[in-house]
Design a protein around this ligand. Sequence first.
Ligand code: ZN
Ligand code: ZN
Length: 127
Amino acid sequence: MRDRCTEETEVGPALQEEWGRCRCELSRLHDGDHAIYLGIAEGEEGFPEESDWGFWDDRLGVLTVRSLTDCKTFDAREKHSCTLYQGHPGHHSFEIFDPVEVALQAMADQMRMHVFGPQVNEPLPPL
Ligand SMILES: [Zn+2]
Ligand SMILES: [Zn+2]
């Protein structure tokens, strides 16, 4: 399954203000716990190689934070690396599509078409 996991969690009180409800970033039907990216790990500046990830279990509903090395798999076509952690289950981030984002993009394209006509390659005018 190449679409994104749709599981959400309410993160712990300390992170709630900043993150609110979070959606899992792994691909659908992955093994193990769900995961969200929290930020660059402490002490990792400049060229960070480690990031903090929050993991949660459907049953327990607790979030565990772990610092993990970034996944280094590079997508030559899109020219960027996978944004997940090393050893993550399921597909790499660049192989996953988010059904919510796809739907929003389609809606935006349709509105643009409606307002500006079929010159879809034109840059959007400033607001
Ligand atoms: Zn998940
Ligand atoms: Zn990866």
